[in-house]
Ligand binder design. Structure first.
Ligand code: AMP
Length: 475
């Protein structure tokens, strides 16, 4: 029987009314497939990305089962990898359970446990938690596990990427074995398969899209750019367009996120219109930033992958991959923020020469070639500073070596090895044969003496940590 409405599930009126309030008219494919299974008490392995409606797919049957407030200890446990995702799931529990008296609580680290403990002591029915904080509070004797009958692992692949396996195992040891298990993951590979074998009992596997496929509604495009500065220029150009109304910019590192934020705050958009979130930002700052973005008070959110995990904001107009992610599957998660629930979205990737290797890996995962567009003529193409150029060439060599371990490195790499860095580097460079081109390249960079020096100092630190013996070699 085809399911075209929520009324066809055996859900109670409270839940159906909440669903109606949220404006959901038709269950999404993952909901159509998993809700009857979960209601039938099966273990479920759901392969679905963010944006497919997977949260409601496991929450509705769960809320149906837990039903109303009862006793003091939790009867359902939902594990998620990050505090942002925990908060978001907890919010969804609040929305879907609004006509019930169920007590739910989000547990996550980054702030003192006092309030969480106080709430736990008052009695809860449903816990949404990161694995670490759960175990911390369990060890303090604050969580009674004997009544847990349902356990959900959300974004299981990410949990494993983040190294949560030991904590998950500890949790499995302390909760009752007789329970229903639901496991959701955006991707399905060897590790998720092993985890599901360990964790689920005769599960029914439900997959709504092929593994790691990208949301159909997202238009993807790549701009090739020579360097960081040009990425900034391109960002400057794009963000100023009217259509870029609600934009998430992803950066690979905290420092890149900070730099992008500072640039945008200084030059492009009013500071009030932009926020940045990464692991070094305080918990409250992150929550406020997310709320402001969600409410539409902020146009641009700059984020790292971990901080942005699971962010659920309706109608993100554009996702900009300022850098490609370090974990390739994150590309799928990133672009899943746009083009949700019947809205077309756009995912734009800025690509340097050093990132070509990574995009090829990503294209393999998403099983498509992302179309490329020439840089808009209005965007100024900056010259690549010497140090950035060297760093990119070094990455390219490292990538080639990964593919072919016998590859010895190109000319620039050997030369880079000979350059210990700092002041010494300049001295030595003068003595080395074949450095002429290097220095003219450097002066060609027009980045000025000061910035070259800074760059050299940076080179010195990486140089000395990676190649401890190279300095001695030239003495
Ligand atoms: P999720 O994949 O759980 O992160 O959900 C993605 C978005 O889809 C969220 O904003 C949900 O509120 C929304 N959503 C979930 N189920 C439905 C539905 N049946 N119809 C419309 N939107 C939905």
């Amino acid at each position: 029987m085809e399911i075209t409405s929520f009324e066809q599930f055996e859900l109670n009126r409270q839940l159906l009314n909440a669903v109606a309030d949220l404006g959901y008219t038709e269950p999404t494919p993952i909901q159509q497939k998993t809700i009857p299974l979960s209601l039938g008490n099966h273990d479920v392995l759901g392969i679905a990305q963010t944006g497919t409606g997977k949260t409601a797919a496991y929450l509705l049957p769960l809320l149906m089962k837990v039903k109303y407030a009862q006793g003091n200890s939790p009867r359902a446990l939902i594990l998620a990898p990050t505090r942002e995702l925990v908060m978001q799931i907890n919010e969804a529990v609040g929305e879907l359970g609004k006509y019930t008296d169920l007590r739910h609580l989000a547990l996550y680290g980054g702030l003192g446990p006092k309030t969480q403990i106080e709430t736990l002591r008052k009695g809860v029915d449903l816990l949404v938690t990161t694995p670490g904080r759960f175990m911390d509070l369990y060890r303090l004797g604050e969580i009674v596990t004997k009544d847990i009958r349902t356990m959900v692992l959300d974004e299981a692949d990410k949990m494993m990427d983040m190294g949560f396996m030991p904590q998950i195992r500890s949790i499995l040891e302390v909760i009752p074995t007789k329970r229903q298990n639901l496991l959701f993951s955006a991707t399905f590979g060897g590790r998720v398969e092993r985890l599901s074998a360990e964790f689920l009992e005769a599960p029914v596997k439900v997959e709504v899209t092929p593994q790691a496929s990208t949301a159909d509604m997202v238009n993807q495009v790549i701009y090739e750019v020579p360097n960081f500065r040009t990425k900034i220029n391109l960002l400057d150009y794009l963000i100023s367009k009217d259509t870029f109304q609600r934009v998430i910019i992803f950066a690979r590192s905290k420092s890149n996120a900070e730099n992008i934020y500072k640039f945008l705050a200084r030059k492009v958009v009013e500071t009030a219109q932009i926020r940045v979130i990464h692991a070094n930002k305080g918990q409250n700052t992150r929550i406020n930033a997310m709320d402001a973005f969600k409410e539409g008070n902020v146009q641009v959110l700059v984020a790292t992958d971990v901080a942005a995990r699971g962010i659920d904001v309706a109608q993100v107009s554009h996702v900009i991959n300022f850098d490609l992610p370090l974990i390739y599957e994150d590309y799928v998660h990133r672009i899943g923020r746009t083009g949700r629930a019947n809205h077309t979205g756009e995912a734009i990737t800025f690509l340097t020469m050093a990132e070509e290797y990574h995009v090829q890996k990503i294209e393999k995962i998403i099983r498509m070639t992302i179309p490329r567009q020439p840089l808009p003529p209005q965007v100024e193409v900056a010259e690549t500073p010497f140090d950035e150029q060297q760093e990119m060439l070094r990455s390219v060599d490292e990538q080639r070596r990964k593919e072919d371990p016998t590859f010895l490195g190109a000319f620039h790499e050997k030369k880079a090895k000979n350059l210990p860095g700092g002041k010494d580097r300049l001295k030595i460079k003068a003595k080395l044969p074949g450095t002429k081109k290097t220095s003219s390249q450097a002066s060609g960079g027009r980045s000025g003496g000061a910035s070259r020096k800074t760059g050299s100092a940076k080179g010195a630190s990486t140089g000395s940590s990676k190649r401890p013996s190279s300095r001695g070699g030239h003495r």
